[in-house]
Design a binder for this molecule. Sequence first.
Ligand code: SAH
Ligand code: SF4
Ligand code: F3S
Length: 465
Amino acid sequence: MLARSILEEKSSNRKSSIGSYWITTFGCQMNKADSERMAGTLEKMGYSRALDEFKADLVLYNTCTIRDSAQQKVYSFLGKQVKRKHEFPKLKLVVAGCLAQQEGESLLRRVPEIDLIMGPQHVNNLENLLGRVDSGNQVVATEETFISEDITNARRDSSICGWVNIIYGCNERCSYCVVPSVRGKEQSRYPDAIKNEIINLARDNFKEVTLLGQNIDAYGRDLPGTKKDGSNAYTLTDLLYFIHDVEGIRRIRFATSHPRYFSKRLIQACYELDKVCEHFHIPFQSGNDEILRLMARGYTVDKYKKIIENIRLLMPNASITADAIVAFPGETEKQYQDTLKLINEIGFDQVMTAAYSPRPNTPAAKWDNQIPEEVKKVRLKEINELIDKISRQRNQRYLNNIESILIEGFNPKNTSQIMGRTRTNRLTFLEIPKNNKFNYSLGDELNVKITEARSFSLSGQIINE
Ligand code: SAH
Ligand code: SF4
Ligand code: F3S
């Protein structure tokens, strides 16, 4: 039964605990995946998961620095733990992730209470680093390093959907973006290692995998064997064909796609391969060619539109989501309007937006044509209103459809409901029928009639026995 399988304790190791740990994860899916691997390491070392952040013996913040607001949020969290450390000196304070990498030693000068500062490339080395802390050192691990193959058993938050890193780092140079400087050079994992991880997930009853990379279309280009025409010998498309036969896995997703490299072959593969879901997250960032050039994105608005057109030719109901930035340095009102126009034309299922935020060591931060805060606010509010309207309209296409929903758990805000997602990644809530004659559990795919469509989520009724 569902309730029991959800409440069932995961196979935690039973050796006596050497203390409790707490991890707060900021930022993107990449960081979430890293946190799960670090949690796995901590549990292997004998730490047990704390129920309260302020009672834990080890607190790890896996940080993000994509915008200034993300950075400030980390500092405010850290402040509270620093206070606690003064009363409870045994507390181990670990700052991992992108802000840790960006600040390095200088974070230690700012917050001398921290025991360990570690960049994203050192995630798989947590045990060693903590060993050095236990010997009485304050440790900063931010040097560029080759990421060792992942041998840790991640402590995953979901028991149904698993993240699988396929490429670390990013070699792009988008002029606004801090990621290449904090995540380092691209490093693809070998296809066999990826497939083995997926086979293990399937053995543990996982039903869905999401392949992760900051620029997932770059997968393979650092692997040995470049073709005569300069293209990489092994691509994301090849990988999709290679992993598709893993028995037990029913859904395959991937993120994040880059319009510069998104290929027709990839679209064809997504169409041909049953398990690959019809959802594409392809950030466009701006709807104006001049701004795209200044952002150093390497594509035009027309090229972007062509990609979406090609996807819709084969998969008319595919869901298309994206990221966009407003108020990039120098963005005129007309250029900003071009972004709104593109959103209207494409009809996105969802767009994640942000006002441009200057980041350390990025070219655009040094330009003297920054847009005033008031303008940023106005544009962000307006674009979000438009997206809300469009995504709500677009979600109406689900109404009265029968969708296959993969059950992931209870709705945390209303436990009389269970939740899952459509293949197109729409979150869907279902009432648990009163006379519960359905014998279903986590990881089942149920046929659901969609009865309500909002901008972020759907509601529906289970219709199969
Ligand atoms: N690799 C992905 C995006 C990673 S960062 C890509 O190439 O699209 C996630 C999103 O944060 C970006 O898509 C962008 O919209 C936003 N972002 C990145 N840097 C930013 C900055 N300096 N200010 C505002 N938003 C930013
Ligand atoms: Fe940043 Fe561009 Fe790399 Fe995406 S592709 S992570 S936006 S540098
Ligand atoms: Fe943030 Fe690093 Fe991800 S800066 S968005 S956590 S790659």
